[in-house]
Design a protein around this ligand. Structure first.
Ligand code: FAD
Length: 519
């Protein structure tokens, strides 16, 4: 017999299987010995009151132990001789599109400018240690896309755009921990993601899909107006029945290429700001209302939002127990983002704090849809100058940033290339700077202790989402001007984050398959 129980329990009970079983038995008024198995279904932290509780939904199996669902890798399905389809970009959108195409009986030909997950590591180290940014291999470009060396947070608000559970189960099939199916705010961690991505790629290859690394797309191939392939800077051409373009928000060359070919693009809102970093122990104290979080609670996170002069200022990609990462994609720019290992066990808590930016702020016009891109790039260059023309990032103590005064020295941060004292108000546009200062003051009131002298702001957080949209027909998902072109994922302007990009990849691949198999 299976009984579902909803519990509000101490973190210690939730983390100890024997105590949990006894608690479930009490709830069901049965002897604990009759419970064969307790399966967690949903877990969240309730830190609203003084004593932090875990809200846990479980299924209790009385009598016989259940047949538990095993999440195995999908069966290899040969698409060796199937019609090929070109996928550009091996981020979550491109990879999930490949998996869906295989399911539908089509052969994905995946073209990626960067390297495989393992080879990418050397280039990431070079950014931190030698301050050298390889424009084809960095935190945004390479196998797995921008999501590979990330926190791997899998929480999304885009639940209407696809089946979130299906994405999470697919990740589990390729090696993600089963806890992501239970946690209200699931995450994988940057140490585990590369293995999962690599397993996914091997499966695509085993099925007969092609994966081409080190191939930067620089041109399109059209037949009778229809997009049927791409050529690369390395001199190769890849042809197929259609092209899915999943190149992410940082592929400025792709936006330039589309614009040069008079393929319509649109400027879109994005967000801009800084990364703020606190000691993790401080965030734990604030959020859990106790001096130490103890053994049973994870590193605490937060989510903040405040309206200033009609604009949203909000926390973005908060990484408890994480690291601030150097995410530039070209030399001569400084860009920050954040990641965490699966244990979220560094002594730092960082988060993007960003202000919504509207196309009106950078005078976008229909003729110049790339003005947002240049606006973004200019701020990244200013950050590079302010940091001392290397990957050293400009930074300021939070209390100094809010008070508009320079910091003479800075606390230790997790940002490996190093930080240099600078006034971020000289890097950020005034409308962003002013709103950030006011929002931080408000955050300090919402979270007592947040305006801590050891908290530091690091510039700039500029790649929150794409400043450009590649239009697509809402029904066919193809570009209205170019049949065969399927703009997809974050670069198209249709996703923000790993899960929503993966869902968009699936959606576009299904539409592609429908159209190709029908014709
Ligand atoms: C450090 C960091 C941490 C993050 N943390 C999280 C997180 O915890 N949770 C979350 O949901 N999201 C996170 N994100 C955002 C997330 O990674 C993206 O939203 C997501 O990866 C977008 O997926 P995508 O497939 O649309 O594009 P991308 O992942 O950007 O993939 C695009 C791919 O296209 C390739 N490409 C680009 N141009 C070309 C070209 N010309 N030719 C060939 N290939 C090309 C790139 O190399 C890249 O591999 C993080 C991002 C970063 C950088």
């Amino acid at each position: 017999m299976r009984e579902e129980v909803l519990l509000l329990i101490s973190p210690e009970t939730a983390g100890n299987p024997d105590r949990l079983k006894n608690r479930v038995a009490r709830e069901l008024s049965v002897d604990a010995k009759t419970i064969a198995h307790v399966e967690p279904l949903r877990r969240s932290i309730d830190a609203r009151s003084k004593r932090v509780k875990i809200r846990l939904k479980v299924a209790a199996y009385l009598g016989a132990a259940p047949q538990l669902t095993e999440f195995r890798a999908p069966e290899v399905q040969s698409v060796d001789h199937a019609p090929p389809v070109v996928i550009v970009g091996a981020g979550p959108a491109g990879l999930f599109a490949c998996l869906t195409l295989i399911e539908k009986g089509l052969k994905p030909v995946l073209v990626e400018r960067g390297k495989d997950v393992r080879s990418r590591l050397k280039d990431l180290a070079a950014i931190s240690r030698q301050h050298v940014v390889d424009p084809n291999s960095n935190y945004c470009f390479g196998e797995g896309g921008a999501g590979t060396y990330s926190d791997g947070k899998l929480y999304t608000r885009s639940t209407k755009r696809g089946d979130v559970r299906e994405i999470l189960e697919t990740l589990v099939r390729f090696g993600a921990p089963k806890s992501i199916l239970v946690d209200a705010h699931p995450h994988i961690g940057s140490n585990k993601l590369p293995g999962i991505i690599g397993t996914m790629r091997k499966y695509i290859q085993q099925c007969g899909g092609e994966v081409h690394f080190g191939q930067q797309v620089t041109d399109f191939h059209r037949e009778n107006g229809r997009l049927t392939g791409v050529s690369t800077a390395q001199g190769k051409t890849f042809l197929g029945a259609a092209v899915l373009l999943a190149t992410g928000h940082s592929a400025r060359d792709i936006f330039e290429l589309l614009h040069a070919k008079s393929i319509a693009l649109e400027a879109k809102p994005f967000a801009l700001g800084v990364r703020v970093e606190h000691p993790q122990s401080l965030i734990d104290q604030i959020q859990y209302h106790q001096p130490q979080r103890g053994e049973w609670l994870p590193a605490a996170s937060y989510s903040l939002v405040h309206q200033v002069d009609g604009r949203g200022v909000f926390s973005f990609c908060m990484c408890p127990g994480g690291i601030i990462a150097p995410c530039a994609t070209s030399p001569g720019e400084v860009v920050t983002n954040g990641w965490s290992p699966s244990q979220r066990n560094t002594p730092y808590a960082n988060s993007g704090i960003v202000v919504s930016v509207d196309p009106k702020d950078y005078q976008a016009t229909a003729n110049d849809p790339l003005s947002g891109l240049r606006f973004q790039q200019n701020i990244e260059k200013l950050a590079w100058e302010a940091g001392g023309r290397s990957q050293v990032a400009p930074a300021q103590r939070l209390v100094d940033f809010v008070a508009n005064r320079a910091s003479h020295e800075l606390p230790k941060t997790s940002y490996f290339p190093g930080v240099a004292p600078a006034k971020l108000g000289e890097v950020l546009p005034p409308f962003v700077n002013r709103r950030l200062q006011r929002a931080f003051k408000a955050f300090g009131k919402k979270m007592r202790g947040y305006m801590h002298p050891e908290a530091v702001v690091v510039g700039v957080e500029s790649r929150t989402s794409s400043p450009v949209r590649i239009p697509r027909d809402p029904e066919s998902l193809q570009h209205p001007q170019v049949p065969g072109l399927y703009p997809c994922g974050e670069g198209g302007g249709y996703a923000g984050g790993i899960v929503s990009a993966a869902m968009d990849g699936q959606r576009c691949a299904r539409k592609m398959a429908e159209a190709i198999l029908r014709s």
